[in-house]
Design a binder for this molecule. Structure first.
Ligand SMILES: CC(C)(COP(=O)(O)OP(=O)(O)OC[C@H]1O[C@@H](n2cnc3c(N)ncnc32)[C@H](O)[C@@H]1OP(=O)(O)O)[C@@H](O)C(=O)NCCC(=O)NCCS
Length: 152
């Protein structure tokens, strides 16, 4: 649970919630490690089919997802690089890997709500279109944007 420390307390997931989410059918999670026997973590990214995100009781952002309810769309919950490894291109490598895994798994769209700044820019770098802006995502004061990325 080292990655959750990077998030506002309103957004950080509990271990139980994360377990439930990753137990969803067709969930996908990837981790990046420092090479070597200790396998220290660098980054993680995970998500679920958009249908599972729509079934979540949390209503925020659902209006953005509804148009994808019948699509093979992967909803990314989180992409995080630990602070000491940031700005070295590792987030881009992790993103490329998760997009490739999603395509392989049969998804044709990747959607998510990304924090304005580095996270939105990272998705745009892979061709994501930015749509609705949420000025205070989960009441935490940070602006997030809904993004849509067509896999091809
Ligand atoms: C977003 C995050 C994953 C980026 O990881 P990173 O390893 O630092 O990213 P990279 O070094 O691979 O940078 C990739 C691209 O992101 C963008 N980027 C990175 N940092 C940026 C910043 N501070 N401002 C604007 N764009 C930025 C750039 O487009 C960069 O491409 P470039 O190298 O061609 O300029 C990382 O900053 C993070 O974990 N942040 C905290 C957690 C978080 O907020 N996650 C998202 C919530 S949805």
């Amino acid at each position: 649970m080292v990655f959750e420390r990077r998030y506002h307390p309103e957004l950080a997931m509990s271990l139980a919630d994360k377990r439930d989410l990753l137990n969803e059918r067709d969930a996908l999670a990837v981790w990046m490690y420092v090479p070597g026997p200790r396998r220290r973590l660098i980054g993680e990214s995970y998500g679920v089919p958009v249908q599972a995100a729509l079934a979540d009781e949390e209503p925020e952002g659902k209006a953005d997802l509804r148009p994808f309810a019948k699509s093979r769309a992967f909803y990314v919950y989180s992409t995080t690089i630990l602070r000491q490894y940031e700005d070295r291109g590792l987030g881009a490598i992790l993103k490329a890997y998760v997009l490739g895994r999603a395509f392989e798994a049969g998804y044709r769209w990747v959607v998510g709500h990304a924090k304005e700044g580095a996270s939105v820019a990272l998705n745009q770098r892979f061709g994501a279109e930015v749509r609705r802006r949420h000025a205070h995502w989960s009441g935490n004061g940070d602006p997030y944007q809904f993004y849509v990325l067509k896999l091809r």
